[in-house]
Design a protein around this ligand. Sequence first.
Ligand code: FES
Ligand code: FES
Length: 140
Amino acid sequence: TTQRRGYHEKVIDHYENPRNVGSFLKTDKDVGIGLVGAPACGDVMKLSIKVNEDGIIEDVRFKTFGCGSAIASSSYMTERVKGMTLEQAGQIKNTEIAQELCLPPVKLHCSMLAEDAIKSAIKNYRSKREATGNRAAGHI
Ligand code: FES
Ligand code: FES
């Protein structure tokens, strides 16, 4: 009853009204960017997070060149991680996303892109922080 063209209505909703589309400037020091691809299909997802002094994700944007499930997964991910700590966001599993969006097994890798993207954005943010810290301390 909630299916249309084989997609669950939550996927359709995120696909037709994607939340938080866009990206932040990668040169901003409070920004982390994750850019990942799915080898299986070539789809690409870019997730940008803006992190405040307390390590909380204040804002988030995505750009996804991919299928409906990948767009829905990334859109859902942006809603999910807003307000979370980096630790919390890094623990989100693609299976939770797949379950929430009722993705079929063949679309599991689409949700994996979203998990990979947030992890990669967090890693990018942290490595930038370390680099900045080292510079401030005169190590570079
Ligand atoms: Fe797999 Fe996106 S290429 S549908
Ligand atoms: Fe490859 Fe969806 S991300 S088919």
